[in-house]
Design a protein around this ligand. Structure first.
Ligand SMILES: N[C@@H](CCC(=O)N[C@@H](CS)C(=O)NCC(=O)O)C(=O)O
Length: 270
């Protein structure tokens, strides 16, 4: 549990794995953890299961009213919907409240870049190119025979999804280049943001965080981008992405500063 400002709700975040003290491989879980920690909100973690998740995906949360413990818990799924719900309940701050319309649009575009584009290249690298590593990690709770059967079903579903969405139709080289273009563009953006942050404090780097859109505080897209950077650095089923990201100094610096300030209790990537 982190220190709390929070008040009325007891929050359990289901992360897919128990893995105490570690990041999990899902970028959406880490996105939500950073989102909670930016508002200094207390929460507990548990493994949960896809079957219990309201959307069939992780992350999801269960919330209980602290002052009315007899009420049933509510379950909410999807990292964005969870953040919206907690914002509306006044539990976390609305990070984008004071942005003007064009910056809000940039923020949404950055989230879409990672959550709705990079996501599919990750799915391909993990579930197709490095299937056995991904299967054995995701289905670790299952016996080996079940893992084989369920793994095959997931593989088939993901192949169909990637074919329908289009990412599955590229050659391996094309897919790699598209994926690397995303990381390279993020690196360029973060280099500029770091420069702006340094200029704001007169060139003296005190090790503070800098943020994607170059402002003096985080916006929603920082939680998504951090989630995807962290996931690329820790997941063993995306070795090419890891190697590529490890060679992007501004991306590493961005994630290292956020890790140090907001998630220092988690084991860091190597
Ligand atoms: N839009 C969802 C995406 C969540 C998601 O795709 N989670 C993946 C793990 S990274 C998952 O649970 N996949 C299982 C499945 O697709 O069946 C969110 O923001 O929470």
């Amino acid at each position: 549990m982190t220190d709390s400002n929070t008040p009325s709700l007891e929050i359990t975040l289901f992360r897919g794995w128990s893995d105490k003290g570690c990041y999990v491989w899902s970028p959406f879980v880490t996105k939500l953890e950073l989102r909670l920690r930016l508002s200094n909100v207390s929460y507990q973690t548990a493994a949960g299961s896809m079957r219990a998740a309201p959307t069939g995906k992780i992350p999801y949360v269960e919330v209980r009213e602290k002052d009315q413990p007899s009420l049933p818990t509510s379950a909410v799924g999807d990292s964005t919907l969870i953040a919206k719900y907690l914002t509306e309940r006044g539990v976390i701050d609305d990070l984008n409240a004071n942005l003007d319309a064009s910056v809000k649009a940039q923020d949404l575009a950055m989230r879409a870049l990672v959550e709705d584009r990079l996501y599919f290249f990750n799915m391909r690298e993990r579930w197709i190119d490095n299937f056995y590593i991904q299967r054995d990690h995701v289905l670790t709770a299952l016996s080996y025979p079940l893992r084989v059967v369920v793994g095959l079903m997931i593989h088939r579903t993901h192949c169909q999804t990637l074919h329908g969405q289009g990412t599955g139709r590229y050659s391996a080289d094309e897919a790699r280049r598209f994926r690397e273009d995303i990381w390279t563009s993020l690196h360029g953006l973060l280099e500029e943001s770091r420069k702006k942050a340094l200029e704001r404090c007169g060139g003296a780097d005190d090790g503070s965080c800098f943020w994607c859109l170059g402002g003096d505080g985080p916006t929603e897209c920082d939680t998504s981008v951090f989630g995807f950077v962290c996931s690329a650095l820790i997941a063993k089923s995306s070795p090419e992405s890891k190697e590529f990201v490890r060679n992007l100094p501004a991306v590493l610096d961005y994630a290292t500063r956020i890790h140090g300030k907001y998630l220092p209790d988690y084991e860091k990537w190597d």
